[in-house]
Design a binder for this molecule. Structure first.
Ligand code: PLP
Length: 413
């Protein structure tokens, strides 16, 4: 293993081009936040911005705000901003609903484009909501669709001409393993299937080029690396070549070609607006835009470089400092296959994570035995990595993780 001993991580902070972004976030003192992959930190601009929308738009201009403040345009406008982070063209991305609901829409639309094929291909370790949505949709359609799950290494071989849609999460939520988007998409198209990517752990975290890869549909999350706030609206992306040809399963009035014509029958809008369903959540959109705007100021190349450096250093430090304590690195060591997180298995993972959180080092636990640490280069310093590993070392050496209160399971882990 590389000799790290005690690296001067604080020196890396001094030359870090992303260091100034840290002050753009309101992080509490004494906390090392390694969970921005699950709920991003609060941008300093968000509170004032949301208050302004509440007071001077909703409060003062009331319903005239829909026109006066361009509320109706927000799902597309913020969608285009997110689009710049994922290799989208303007007009291909909309914001609204949750990731789960957008996945339902995207998968249903994709299945309709491949009527003769009955398989949805994914992997057993995909995020549960993705699998549950696919199961529920297959049952609802009652056309014999089946969710076929194969291990990541077997996906390429499983893409046969029976597969309608390959539905994968680009970066696995638990292991941090990242698929080769271009290669899997090419293989999918070679068999005549459609490619649907979930970018929940990719958007704002790793470089993504949906059009470069030739993907068909994608969804992603607003409250993780985009820092949009708890329950922030998610996004839906549809490649332009499918616009006008896809049928959305949720035909709400805002997906109509002319919502304010109040026609009796549904006629779909032409572009990505077809993916809209109901009235957009204006306050949540205002918060999301603050998070996205900060990301757009940073260079994705810098973000990726720092993220890889941080995850690599963190894994090395754990192996160096905690050898013999029963930790096993689950995330890929190879940079090209790792997203922006490090996952470490330990049979006492749950109480160890609770002990860490009690000491101000916030990561999370994913059953059955994974300690998960996310790296958010905009606000995470290098010096904090050493501090986090040091706290973990103390918790293991003094066995404070084994206190009864750390074994009690909370509702959200
Ligand atoms: C976080 C996450 C979701 C979240 O879905 P919600 O509808 O926002 O609860 C979905 N898919 C993946 C892969 C995720 O990581």
């Amino acid at each position: 293993m590389t000799a790290l001993i005690r690296p001067d991580l604080a020196a890396l902070d001094k030359t870090d081009p992303l260091r100034p972004f840290r002050d753009r976030f309101a992080l509490p003192q004494g906390v090392i936040y390694l969970d921005g992959n699950s709920l991003g930190a609060l941008p300093r601009t968000t509170s004032a911005r949301v208050a302004q929308v509440i007071e001077s738009q909703w409060g003062r201009d009331l319903i005239t705000s829909w026109n006066k403040h361009g509320w109706m345009a927000l799902p597309g406008r913020i969608g285009d901003k997110i689009g710049r982070l994922i290799g989208a063209l303007p007009g291909e991305t909309m914001v609204g609903d949750s990731t789960s609901v957008n996945l339902f829409k995207a998968l249903a639309a994709a299945l309709k484009l491949r009527p003769g094929r009955k398989l949805i291909l994914s992997e057993p370790a995909n995020f549960p909501t993705d699998l549950y949505i696919a199961e529920g949709l297959a049952a609802l359609l009652a056309e014999g669709h089946e969710l076929k799950l194969v291990e990541p290494d077997e996906i390429a071989a499983a893409i046969t001409d029976e597969v309608a849609v390959v539905m994968l999460t680009h970066v696995n939520y638990r292991t941090g393993r990242m698929h080769d988007m271009a290669a899997v998409t090419a293989k999918t198209h070679a068999s005549g299937a459609l490619m649907l990517w979930d970018l929940a752990h990719s958007a704002g975290a790793v470089p993504v080029d949906l059009n470069g890869a030739g993907a068909d549909l994608a969804v992603g999350c607003g409250y993780k690396y985009l820092n949009g706030g708890p329950g922030a609206p998610a996004f839906l992306w549809v490649a332009e070549r499918w616009h006008g040809r896809i049928a959305m399963p949720l035909t709400g009035w805002l997906g109509h070609a002319a919502p304010f014509a109040f026609e009796t029958h549904f006629r779909p809008a032409d572009g990505i607006a077809r993916g809209l369903v109901g009235t957009p959540p204006i306050l949540s959109l205002a918060a999301l835009e603050c998070g996205v705007d900060i990301l757009l100021e940073a260079s994705m190349a810098d973000i990726r470089e720092k993220s890889l450096m941080q995850s690599r250093l963190f894994a090395q430090l754990i192996e160096q400092e905690l050898a013999g304590h029963g930790f096993n690195l689950v995330s890929p060591r190879e940079d090209a296959r790792r997203g922006s997180q490090v996952c470490i298995a330990h049979e006492q993972g749950y109480p160890i994570m609770q002990a860490l959180i009690a000491r101000g080092v916030i990561g999370d636990f994913r059953a059955p035995d994974i300690l998960r640490f996310g790296f958010t280069p905009l606000y995470l310093g290098y010096g904090e990595l050493w501090d986090a590993v040091w706290v973990l070392k103390e918790i293991m050496e003094d066995r404070s993780w084994d206190r009864p209160e750390y074994h009690a399971r909370a509702r959200v882990t």
